[in-house]
Design a protein around this ligand. Structure first.
Ligand SMILES: *[C@@H]1O[C@H](CO)[C@@H](O)[C@H](O)[C@H]1NC(C)=O
Ligand SMILES: *[C@@H]1O[C@H](CO)[C@@H](O)[C@H](O)[C@H]1NC(C)=O
Ligand SMILES: *[C@@H]1O[C@H](CO)[C@@H](O)[C@H](O)[C@H]1NC(C)=O
Length: 418
């Protein structure tokens, strides 16, 4: 209550100080004309400090005599201190007198609200004053409400990632990919994507998105005041599955394990499975399969992981590999296989054909092997062949149960959409 009363009193005192000091000063000058007038020594330096630290403004006066030095906040003329006495209700503010003539205004634990100018005043008539300003540096902060959250966009649509940051000085915003990869952007007037390591700007505009732009992005806000801050924005690019079978024709000797492989791209993550036999896609390998025994099968069979089939699926981002291992290949395994991948946006399948290779005795050069393979394809198509030929035995032994994959056909891309 004492402090409050004192501050109210001081405010009152200062607000009427002009009247008071002028009359007093007149009286004083009348009485003691020899006493020198107080004057400031130098000027008050403007200062810049990070928030949380302590700011000091120094006001030096000589010949103060009976006058008093006060500190006021310049914006609203609030009196903070008179001589060494703080009259404001702010525990962070103090005034110390140094060297008998320097009044230092100290503000601890600086806040943004302390930013502004402060007036050092001597109650002479007319009143003398000096002003010093405090700039408060504020480390960057990202305003979540005004920044992008994780987003999912269809391929070929546009997306804008935004990160709004506050701070003093105004922070710079830089975008990077979390995984350290390059950012693909379309520069104005350029149709092609350009690779950049980082992008400076509050908003990262990505037009006609491609799947390789999918990923986690970081916006990093920084100014001269540490620490820099960052926000992670995950961008999903959605598209229907695409399936590619690098080897569409696979020949293997009876008894071996055969591995079939399909490469899948899909987002969101697809459900994938293998089918055997059944329907051949309209633009598939129908011509190759003509005459094969299983082309007439009405329904494809869904293959399950077990003793006969090994089913492996690996995924890395939107890319994946489906593998089917057909164990101890027998003539009943000859036929058509489909790798199928579906997600909410569509379905795709790849078709592979598995046939038996007849390996003839005495074939040692790769040229001969290839000839044999072509022969094997023909024989497999007829569903006949003697697995106990000496060469088959030899090869089976040599490769044991390791899959012998022989790629005969070209590795063109097969994409089927629905
Ligand atoms: C301090 O800053 C104020 C306001 O920006 C300016 O008017 C004044 O001249 C500056 N003083 C010094 C010593 O630079
Ligand atoms: C982004 O800003 C930083 C700092 O100003 C600068 O060093 C960098 O070269 C800028 N990068 C780009 C891509 O403009
Ligand atoms: C292959 O040979 C094994 C033993 O050598 C025999 O048991 C099997 O019946 C033969 N199979 C065919 C199809 O000739």
């Amino acid at each position: 209550m004492d402090v409050l009363a004192a501050s109210l009193f001081m405010s009152l005192l200062l607000s009427v100080k002009c009247v008071y000091t002028s009359s007093q000063a007149n009286q004083d000058t009348n009485l003691q004309t020899t006493e020198p007038e107080p004057e400031f020594i130098g000027t008050i330096n403007n200062v810049t400090y990070p928030s949380g630290r302590e700011a000091i403004l120094a006001c030096s006066v000589r010949n103060l005599g009976k006058y008093k030095v006060g500190w006021l906040r310049a914006s609203d003329q609030t009196v903070l201190a008179l001589q060494g006495r703080v009259v404001t209700h702010n525990a962070r503010i103090s005034v110390v007198l140094e060297d008998m003539h320097t009044w230092k205004l100290r503000i601890r634990q600086l806040r943004e609200s302390d930013r502004g100018c402060y007036m050092c005043q001597i109650n002479t008539s007319p009143m003398k004053k000096q002003v010093g300003c405090i700039d408060v540096q504020v480390p960057p902060d990202i305003i979540n409400e005004e920044s992008s959250a994780d987003l999912a966009v269809q391929e070929s649509e546009d997306a804008t990632l935004t990160c709004r940051a506050t701070g003093n000085p105004t922070p710079r915003v830089t975008w990077r990919r979390e995984d350290g990869d390059m950012i693909y952007i379309r520069k104005p007037g350029n149709r092609e994507l350009t690779k950049v390591e980082s992008y400076n700007g509050t908003s990262l505009h990505l037009t006609r998105l491609e799947r390789k732009q999918m990923g986690a992005y970081l916006c990093i806000a920084s100014n001269d005041v540490p620490p820099a801050v960052s926000k992670r924005v995950s961008l999903s690019v959605h598209f229907a599955p695409m399936v590619r079978a690098p080897s569409q024709l696979l020949g293997a000797p009876l008894g071996s394990d055969v591995q079939l492989e399909c490469q899948v791209e899909a987002s969101p993550a697809p459900v994938s499975y293998w089918l055997k036999g059944g329907r051949i896609p309209p633009n598939g390998f129908a011509s190759v399969s003509s005459g094969s025994s299983e082309s007439g099968q009405p329904r494809p069979e869904m293959l399950l992981d077990g003793p006969k089939y090994g089913i492996i699926e690996e995924r890395n981002g939107y890319r994946g590999v489906m593998r089917l291992v057909v164990r101890s290949f027998s003539s009943s395994d000859v036929g058509t296989y489909h790798c199928v991948s579906t997600n909410s946006l569509g379905r795709a399948e790849g078709t592979l054909r598995l046939y038996e290779i007849k390996l003839h005795p005495g074939s040692s050069t790769s040229h001969d092997d290839q000839m044999n393979l072509i022969g094997g394809l023909a024989e497999a198509a007829h569903g006949r062949g003697n697995p106990n030929s000496s060469t088959t035995q030899k090869y089976s032994n040599r490769f044991h149960s390791v899959a012998l994959l022989l790629i005969v056909a070209a590795t063109s891309c097969q994409l089927y959409f629905r």
